[in-house]
Write a protein that binds this ligand. Structure first.
Ligand code: SF4
Length: 376
C-alpha cells in the first residue's frame, strides 16, 4: 500500500485538496481550476492487495472496476482523499455513494461527497442543455462552500488549456502506436499511470515519450509490420495480453477504450462559460456505453476509425459483469461481420491476468485469420 500512498501524496502539493472522482469523465478542468486535484479512481489494481475490504460491502459479481474502486477508497491509501465526486453512470456505480459512506463510517472516516447529474438522453430526443448548465453552476457553488475555494473564468480557461494539451498529446501517442513507433503496452501503461499524475506531470511525461517517438522514422500504417486492429472496451487489456497481441502479429492501430480514446478524444473549443463548456463536452463526447445519449453514434465512429486506420479487425475486451458493454457486443459484431470486418470477443474478470494460455490461442487464431483475409 505504501507505493500508492507515495504516488498520491505529491498530488497534494501547493495545498491542493485531492478529490477522488468516478466514473471516467468528471469535470476535471473545473476541479483543477478551483485548486483541487482530481484523481480519477481507475487503474488502482496494481497497488492493491486483493479486495478484502470491498468484498465486505459489494458482491463478487460486480465488475472489477467497481470492486477496486471501493477497495481503494476504504484502504489506508484512500485516507489521503479530501473528498469524492461522482456523476451518474451504470447501475454498479449508481449505488456506490451509500455503500462507500457506510464503509467509511465503519472505518471511522467521513468524506464530503459531491455529485452532479449528467442528463443522458440524446439531443435529438430531449434538449436538456439548460438542466446541465444548472447542474454545473450548482456544483461550482457546492465546491466553493465545501472546500472554501472560489471559481474564476480566467483560471478555468488555463485549466482547460492544460487538459487540451494533455489530450492532444495522448492522441499523438496513439498515432505513434498505430505507426509502430511505440508498442501498445507501453502506451497503455503510460496512460494508466497518468491517472495518478497531475495534468502538469502528465504533459511532461507524454512530451518526453512523443519526442522519443519522433526520433524514429515514421512509418505509414500500410508499411508498419503486423495486421492492424482496433480494440474496444472499458479497460485496456492486461499487459500480458498486449504482449500476446504483439507477439501474434497484431498491431493496435486505434482504440475505443473508455479509459483511453473515449477519455482523450475531445475537448471543446476555447471560449464560453464553464456551464457551456460542459454542455459541449458531454454532448459531443466520444461515444461511450456509460453516456447513454452518445451510444447512437458509436457504430459510425467505430466504422470511420476502422476505415481511416486501415484496420482488418476489431477486438472487444469485455469487462466481466459490465452489462452496458455486453448489451452492445452482439449487435456490433453482427454489424461488422456484415461489412466484412472480423471481430474477436475476449472477456476479463478480476483475476484474469494470469493463465493466459487460452487467450493466446484465440488471439493467434484471430491474427492468422485476418492476416490471410479468410472468412470466419
Ligand atoms: S466496467 Fe461497466 S459495470 Fe463496471 S463501472 Fe464501468 S460501466 Fe459500470
Amino acid at each position: 500500500m505504501k507505493p500508492l500512498i507515495d504516488r498520491l501524496k505529491p498530488l497534494k502539493k501547493d495545498g491542493r485538496r485531492l478529490l477522488g472522482c468516478f466514473p471516467l469523465y468528471p469535470p476535471v478542468e473545473l476541479f483543477h481550476s478551483m485548486g483541487l486535484e482530481p484523481l480519477v479512481m481507475w487503474g488502482m489494481k496494481p497497488f492493491l492487495d486483493g479486495t478484502a475490504r470491498s468484498d465486505r460491502h459489494i458482491q463478487n459479481f460486480v465488475c472489477s472496476v467497481g470492486r477496486h474502486l471501493v477497495e481503494f477508497v476504504l484502504s489506508d491509501a484512500g485516507a489521503v482523499l479530501d473528498g469524492m465526486f461522482m456523476y451518474n453512470a451504470c447501475d454498479t456505480l449508481r449505488n456506490l455513494p451509500e455503500i462507500l459512506r457506510s464503509g467509511l463510517e465503519e472505518e471511522g472516516r467521513v468524506l464530503p461527497l459531491l455529485n452532479a447529474h449528467i442528463p443522458m438522453p440524446s439531443l435529438e430526443q430531449t434538449d436538456a442543455r439548460q438542466y446541465l448548465r444548472d447542474e454545473i453552476q450548482t456544483l461550482i457553488g457546492r465546491l466553493e462552500q465545501t472546500f472554501g475555494v472560489s471559481f474564476s473564468d480566467a483560471r478555468f480557461e488555463q485549466s482547460v488549456s492544460s487538459y487540451r494539451r494533455a489530450r492532444a498529446l495522448a492522441r499523438q501517442l496513439e498515432r505513434a502506436v498505430a505507426q509502430g513507433g511505440i508498442g501498445f503496452g507501453k502506451f497503455a501503461g503510460l496512460m494508466q499511470g497518468n491517472c495518478l499524475r497531475s495534468v502538469e506531470d502528465q504533459i511532461e511525461k507524454m512530451e518526453a515519450v512523443v519526442s522519443e517517438a519522433d526520433k524514429r522514422p515514421a512509418l505509414k500504417n500500410a508499411d508498419a509490420p503486423g495486421a492492424g486492429v482496433i480494440i474496444s472496451g472499458i479497460m485496456p487489456p492486461p499487459s500480458g495480453v498486449s504482449d500476446i497481441m504483439e507477439q501474434s502479429g497484431l498491431r493496435v492501430v486505434g482504440n475505443d477504450i473508455a479509459s483511453l480514446a473515449r477519455t482523450y478524444a475531445y475537448t471543446p473549443e476555447d471560449g464560453g462559460s464553464a456551464p457551456d463548456y460542459y454542455v459541449d463536452f458531454y454532448y459531443n463526447h466520444h461515444p461511450c456505453t456509460t453516456l447513454l445519449g452518445s451510444s447512437d453514434h458509436r457504430i459510425k465512429v467505430l466504422e470511420t476509425l476502422i476505415q481511416e486506420r486501415g484496420a482488418r479487425g476489431i477486438v472487444f475486451l469485455g469487462e466481466k459483469f459490465c452489462e452496458y458493454e455486453y448489451f452492445e457486443f452482439p449487435f456490433l459484431m453482427k454489424r461488422f461481420k456484415e461489412k466484412g470486418i472480423q471481430s474477436l470477443q475476449l472477456e476479463f474478470s478480476i483475476d484474469d491476468d494470469e493463465n493466459l494460455g487460452q487467450v493466446r490461442t484465440r488471439i493467434e487464431a484471430f491474427s492468422e485469420m485476418i492476416s490471410e483475409g479468410d472468412a470466419p
